[in-house]
Write a protein that binds this ligand. Structure first.
Ligand SMILES: NC(=O)c1ccc[n+]([C@@H]2O[C@H](COP(=O)([O-])OP(=O)(O)OC[C@H]3O[C@@H](n4cnc5c(N)ncnc54)[C@H](OP(=O)(O)O)[C@@H]3O)[C@@H](O)[C@H]2O)c1
Length: 267
């Protein structure tokens, strides 16, 4: 018998998760995936693309896991209260992917006795590089969520205070910004754009693979590459002078702060 999953909110992140769950069907069999989604068009798209079943806010099927996947600015407390009315805490574990929304707030909406996991996944699940930060409440155990979470990537259990940090640090956007700037740099220096893109992507994949194989931090390889008075150290000097590291670090800190602020504003 497979698991039964129920998603509330059927946007970009749930669809990436559902796609990964479908791909991992051999390791994690699923009998039902219900999606409760305001947009009828979106619900129909998910049903036709991922063979999900469309549910409504009055449905109360026998779900092992309910995933709350609305936006922080939506009525998260209302959704939690509606889950509490319809599902059974003895059977169902609640997983929230709502950025910034704390376990304490979820427990307030749900009431007493629920197993709750707050997770922060990302859309790299689609290419099998997903990575979820996970915090559990006192009632939940890793076994309640582990098999499901492993279908869409690696899982890192952390204290809840680190979830906002992972949210700001982890999304692939910062990497996309870097690639964008790097490709433009090649074009600025005279390369055709498709050549700059091809070199940039392979260099990033190759550089990452090399660091993983060597199991070292980048500084170790930079020390080897940057010979005295050479091209590499000249590039490093220019990056230092123009605040490259500080801009990445400021962007991540701002993203972490924004995550916390969004969660703080959420109902
Ligand atoms: N995208 C990511 O990479 C990512 C990563 C980690 C966490 N998250 C978190 O995951 C959550 C969902 O993100 P997303 O990117 O999937 O958002 P999204 O694409 O904007 O989708 C949210 C969906 O939820 C629907 N919705 C809102 N209130 C609802 C309700 N009460 N019942 C049923 N459906 C409802 C919305 O419908 P309407 O548009 O009609 O209102 C919309 O289709 C957010 O809290 C976000 O912070 C996202």
């Amino acid at each position: 018998m497979g698991a039964n999953l129920y998603f509330i909110g059927g946007g970009n992140m749930p669809s990436a998760i559902i796609e990964a769950v479908r791909r991992k069907a051999a390791a994690y069999p699923v009998d039902h995936i219900w999606v409760e989604e305001i947009s009828r068009e979106r619900a129909e798209y998910l049903a036709s693309t991922y063979n999900t079943e469309t549910a409504s806010p009055t449905d109360a099927p026998d779900a092992d896991i309910v995933v709350i996947a609305v936006r922080p600015q939506d009525d998260v407390a209302g959704v939690a209260a509606s889950v509490a009315r319809r599902f059974d805490p003895a059977k169902t574990t609640v997983i929230s992917i709502v950025a910034g929304y704390t376990i304490a707030k979820l427990e307030q909406g749900l009431g007493h006795g629920w197993r709750v996991a707050r997770i922060i996944p990302n859309t790299l699940t689609t290419v099998d590089y997903g990575y979820s930060g996970v915090a559990l409440n006192g009632a939940a155990a890793r076994e309640d969520v582990d098999a499901f979470l492993n279908t869409f990537g690696k899982v890192l259990y952390v204290e809840e205070r680190l979830i906002d940090v992972i949210t700001g640090f982890y999304p692939p956007n910062i990497v996309y910004h870097f690639i964008d700037a790097y490709v433009d740099a090649g074009v600025l220096a005279g390369l055709p754009r498709d050549a700059a893109r091809a070199i940039a992507l392979d260099t990033i994949i190759g550089g990452t693979e090399f660091l993983k194989q060597k199991d070292v931090l980048p500084q170790v390889l930079l020390n080897i590459n940057n010979s005295p008075g050479g091209v590499g150290i000249t590039e490093a000097y220019t990056l230092n002078k123009t605040g490259f590291a500080a801009s990445i670090q400021s962007a991540v800190l701002a993203a972490v702060e924004r995550t916390t602020a969004l969660g703080g504003d959420a109902k």
